[in-house]
Every structure is written in structure tokens, then in C-alpha cells.
Ligand binder design. Structure first.
Ligand SMILES: [Zn+2]
Length: 136
């Protein structure tokens, strides 16, 4: 991570307005977690089934991450997810907004790094920093 960059609270995701029903099992999504060579990067996952997202007490989705190792199955909130499997204007707008927020803060030759927005609970629930402030 570049020295000039701190994973300052990224508030776009917390304010994103997206419904649970926007996604369906079988969709391929990406959860942006960092930057690689001047672009957003993240893990590509497949939606498996509805699942309760305990950190927010809201409906979430169970995802399968083929590169997840011991954490192949995690639960995420719909607003963390961006559609890859189909052209989706709603997800594209969010992705562009995130790029506009993040990429200008990152030196061009900074390589790949995780922005530190997300953590995983011991129950394999993915939590965004903005959602973790409640301390649950
Ligand atoms: Zn979408």
C-alpha cells in the first residue's frame, strides 16, 4: 500500500441504494477490495443463496469464492457486490463512482494492494468498515 494512502473511510458503499432482489443465485459478481495497476481489483464470486448478513441485520447473499481457500463461502451485503455476469447500469454507476473516488488517490505506479475496506468475521461474514462501526 502506498505510504500516502490510508484506507480512509470510504462512504460510497454505505450510501449505495441497491435492493437484495437486484441479485439472483447464479450471478457472477465482484467485490472491489483494492487496486491493481491503476484499476480497481477484487475477488470474483458466484452467488449461491440468500443468507442473513448478521453485521447489518439485513438480507445478504451467500457467495462462493473459488480462490477463497478455507473461506470459499462467505456472506456479503448486496451493496458490496458488482455484477459481472450481465451488463448492469446500476452496478456500473457504483463502480465508476468508486473508481473516481479511489484511483486519483493512488500513485500510478503503486502496484497492487488491498484498500482495507473489508474484513471477515469468524462466521465468514464480510463486513465493510462503515458497517463495522457498530462493533458487532
Ligand atoms: Zn447489478
Amino acid at each position: 500500500m502506498p505510504a500516502a494512502w490510508t484506507p480512509s473511510l470510504e462512504t460510497l458503499t454505505a450510501r449505495r441504494d441497491i435492493t437484495h432482489a437486484h441479485f439472483v443465485p447464479g450471478d457472477t459478481v465482484v467485490i472491489p477490495t483494492g487496486v491493481a495497476d491503476g484499476h480497481l481489483s477484487g475477488d470474483v464470486m458466484t452467488i449461491v443463496a440468500p443468507s442473513w448478513h448478521t453485521p447489518t441485520d439485513e438480507d445478504g447473499w451467500r457467495l462462493r469464492n473459488p480462490k477463497g481457500g478455507e473461506r470459499t463461502f462467505i456472506t456479503a451485503h448486496p451493496r458490496y457486490m458488482i455484477h459481472l455476469s450481465r451488463h448492469c447500469p446500476d452496478c456500473l454507476i457504483y463502480r465508476r463512482a468508486l473508481e473516481d473516488y479511489v484511483l486519483p488517490k493512488v500513485p500510478s505506479a503503486s502496484g497492487s494492494f488491498d484498500c482495507g475496506w473489508y474484513s471477515l468475521t469468524h462466521l465468514n461474514q464480510l463486513v465493510h468498515r462503515a458497517d463495522a462501526r457498530g462493533g458487532r
